[in-house]
Design a protein around this ligand. Structure first.
Ligand code: PLP
Length: 397
């Protein structure tokens, strides 16, 4: 009953679902890598460390950062690491008053959570109607108490933050640093670089953007890259204990080498094309709150009036038709958000089939809303108590 990104359409937004080539699994499973013992003498593990060095170079080239640390094992872990670096940077200058970090209202929940864990106070900057950070709302927030700003670009609505240059100048002028949440790096690979946008610290989710299947809480890797002025604060060693989650580094390295500098651009271009194609094909039957060109993902406000068919109903009904549901009720900017992100390798046939089913569900919402409230009808399980399912999972029978 498993469903995977390689076996079916998996339009889960906000996680940069990508195609994860099987060859990278094989490389990570090669006996020479797999047999690496955690306590092997350093003289015999230089090959593995060489891959970390090569990855540092590759990620620096892709992002415009100077160096990376591979200590963090997830995106949120990277955020905390990055914010601690930000704090050390200010402390080293005797700048102890910078205790606040600015986070846009569209941010992923881990951003304010990481800032809080780091002991920073969170100041929220609003988004405009068009979904982008409101520069006018930002200006009065800036001052000598601001450690920095955390931004995601493209943001969690799938929109490129077009004012990023101005935002970077404003934040730097007030003495703050810019943190880049790189979970959405997918559509920008090879196109633009956070370092060139003015970011000082960032993380990448190798398990999202670089070929490790994301989800299920499996092992991850959230390397943190920094610009020149933050390099002195990187801790030694830059690889976490027992070679870190080395298999994920290997998959990412193989993925980067296989595509190369030119072809890596195609991942983002195709994901962007697919997302816009779906958006434009469905916007007459689902409410599109922000009707602009998106990057790799976009958000409908999915409530199908007037029969009270909810985003949850639509998502459940999709299962009947053999599609994995998109992300729902995130981001929190809209009440009935449904966030769609097609993986870059999906064919036109798949996209068209998904569009046809979504249109059919919109018709069903008019003709038979009760049937949708009770969906799914064809799956082994209908509507489980999701809280209990998450808290007390029974994974075998
Ligand atoms: C997934 C995600 C994170 C957190 O990353 P994890 O690896 O799950 O800890 C942070 N920000 C955004 C935008 C994300 O999509």
């Amino acid at each position: 009953m498993n469903f995977g990104v390689d076996t079916g359409f998996y339009p889960l937004g906000s996680c940069t679902m990508k195609y994860n080539p099987k060859i990278n699994e094989e490389i990570a499973n090669m006996p020479a890598f797999l047999g690496l013992h955690p306590l092997q003498p350093e003289t015999t593990t230089q090959g593995a460390l060489a891959i970390y060095v090569a990855m540092d170079k590759a990620l620096a080239a892709i992002t415009g950062m100077k160096h990376f640390t591979f200590l963090p094992c997830a995106g949120a872990h990277g955020e905390l690491t990055g914010l601690m670096l930000m704090r050390e940077y200010h402390m080293s200058r005797g700048d102890t008053a910078r205790t606040k970090v600015i986070v846009p209202d569209s941010a992923h929940g881990t951003n304010p959570a990481s800032a809080a864990v780091c002991g920073l106070d969170i100041v929220v900057v609003k988004s405009k109607e068009n979904g982008l950070v409101d520069v006018e709302d930002l200006k009065p927030l800036l001052g000598p108490d601001i450690a920095g700003i955390m931004m995601t670009n493209p943001n969690t609505l799938g929109l490129f933050e077009r004012d990023i240059k101005e935002i970077a100048e404003l934040v730097h002028a007030c003495g703050g640093l810019l943190y880049y949440d790189g979970a959405n790096m997918n559509p920008l690979l090879g196109m633009v670089r956070p370092g060139d946008m003015g970011f000082d610290i960032m993380h990448l989710n190798l398990h999202k953007t670089f070929s490790t299947p994301h989800g299920g809480g499996g092992p991850g890797s959230g390397p943190v890259g920094v610009s020149d002025k933050v390099v002195p604060f990187l801790h030694i060693p830059r690889v976490s204990g027992f070679h870190g989650n080395f298999g994920i580094i290997l998959r990412a390295y193989a993925y980067i080498l296989m595509l190369g500098r030119e072809n890596i651009k195609m991942a983002g271009k195709l994901a962007t094309l697919g997302a816009n194609y779906i958006k434009e094909s469905l916007k007459d039957c689902y409410k599109l709150p922000i009707p602009t060109v998106c990057k790799h993902e976009f958000v409908f406000d999915g409530l199908l009036e007037p029969n009270g068919v909810s985003t949850l109903d639509v998502a459940k009904r999709l299962l009947d038709y053999g599609f994995h549901a998109p992300t729902i009720y995130f981001p929190l900017l809209f009440h009935q958000a449904i966030m769609i992100e097609p993986t870059e390798t999906e064919s036109l046939e798949t996209l068209d089939a998904f569009i046809a089913v979504m249109r059919r569900i919109a018709e069903e919402a008019k003709a038979d809303p009760e049937m949708l409230h009770a969906a799914p009808h064809n799956t082994p399980i209908g509507r489980p108590d999701e809280t209990t399912a998450a808290r007390q999972p029974i994974l075998k029978y």
